[in-house]
Design a protein around this ligand. Structure first.
Ligand SMILES: [Zn+2]
Length: 373
């Protein structure tokens, strides 16, 4: 089994190295746009042909090093291909963002203390924020083609990293120590119920307030319609996303730290819900922030894989209606307004998010007994 994650690393170039990097990124971008025009004009979308058509000029007029010029045709053709698969045809591909694709061991390498990269001015070594990167240097991880990205004067590397998991490092149903049900929501980002009968609530109150604050800001800016308002609107969106990403890292980290190896996490498969029907009222609230839940699921999935654990996604149907004690199913078991669950048959009472987490936990048990049978 292969495990792939993308690390986003902040690199810390000196002022001089910043200039070298920026000059390189800009030259590459110009080269890409030049080759893109050539491809478009000559109807030439295979990288070998485009390479022949552009290589010499990329070297002489655009000052690109030979490896950089080699990558250009490939990057351009890949872009046209992806445009085509998105039904964008007869359009000139433009490269606007300052990005530079780096092939591992040819254009860049990463050591535990520095990042080494090929620029127009030769190779430079740049320190980077090494926190949390330590365990990727144990020899078991492979680094893929990464992207050097410049954003507001800061430099980042996006590196896909792959590891082949040995049998002994993989989740095994017969070794399960913990089963955990996790309900994602608004009042609580995550409500967790585990095999020890313990419930943990990750409060969503702060998130709710922050979202409300951003929403108000957005509304005010939207009414203004000026370029600066539009810019600020975008910036706010980005800040909000960064913040949410942080929350998701914290929550997923807390879960894997708390439960450790051999844990089965059961979450709702909300992708299906979104596709199938939007009329399930409770689920509507997910739509606006669905990317945040997808992200939390993604973070937890790879963190679980790294700790010999597993995330399963189950059908969310009835998780808020079923009684976790007697299995009695009724819509009015749950009072949405008061967030209370009260079973009409056995009178079991609890918080509704907690009940959903319990039902997910039960689905985890059923899954285990099914696969081990
Ligand atoms: Zn009941």
């Amino acid at each position: 089994m292969k495990l792939t994650i993308t690390a986003k690393i902040k690199i810390l170039p000196t002022e001089l190295d910043k200039e070298k990097l920026l000059d390189t990124i800009r030259a590459v971008r110009k080269g890409l746009n030049f080759a893109s025009k050539k491809a478009f004009r000559h109807d030439c979308f295979t990288s070998i042909k485009l390479h022949k058509l552009t290589y010499n000029l990329l070297r002489s007029d655009y000052r690109l090093k030979s490896q950089m010029a080699n990558s250009v045709a490939r990057t351009v053709c890949a872009k046209y291909k992806s445009m085509q698969s998105n039904d964008v045809e007869n359009t000139l591909a433009k490269f606007k963002k300052p990005e530079y694709d780096l092939v591992w061991n040819r254009d860049y390498s990463l050591k535990s203390e520095y990042f080494s990269v090929n620029t127009l001015f030769g190779r430079i070594k740049v320190p980077y924020v090494t926190k949390k990167m330590e365990h990727f240097f144990d020899g078991s991880w492979k680094f893929g083609t990464s992207k050097l990205v410049q954003k507001k004067g800061k430099y980042f590397l996006h590196i896909p990293m792959t590891k082949e998991l040995k049998e002994s490092e993989q989740f095994n149903t017969s070794d399960v120590l913990h089963i955990v049900g996790i309900d994602l929501g608004i009042n609580f980002v995550a409500t967790v119920f585990d095999d020890a009968g313990k419930t943990t609530f990750f409060s969503g109150k702060q998130i709710k307030q922050k979202r409300a604050h951003y929403k108000l800001l957005r509304k005010q800016l939207q009414q203004r319609q000026t370029p600066s308002a539009r810019r600020r609107l975008k910036a706010i969106g980005q800040r909000e996303n960064c913040w949410m990403t942080d929350v998701n890292h914290v929550v997923s980290k807390a879960l894997v730290t708390n439960y450790g190896q051999n844990t089965l996490y059961t979450l709702e498969d909300l992708q299906n819900v979104r596709k199938a029907t939007e009329k399930v009222c409770k689920r509507k609230r997910y739509v606006s922030v669905s990317w945040a839940f997808d992200q939390l699921r993604e973070f937890l999935t790879y963190k679980a894989q790294m700790t010999k654990s597993k995330v399963i996604l189950v059908n969310p149907k009835y998780t808020s209606q079923d009684c976790p004690k007697c299995e009695h199913r009724a819509k009015n078991n749950r009072n949405k307004k008061t967030h209370q669950f009260c079973c009409k048959k056995c009178a079991y009472r609890s918080n509704d998010d907690r009940v959903a987490a319990m039902n997910l936990y039960n689905k985890g048990i059923k899954y285990l007994s099914r696969v081990s049978a």
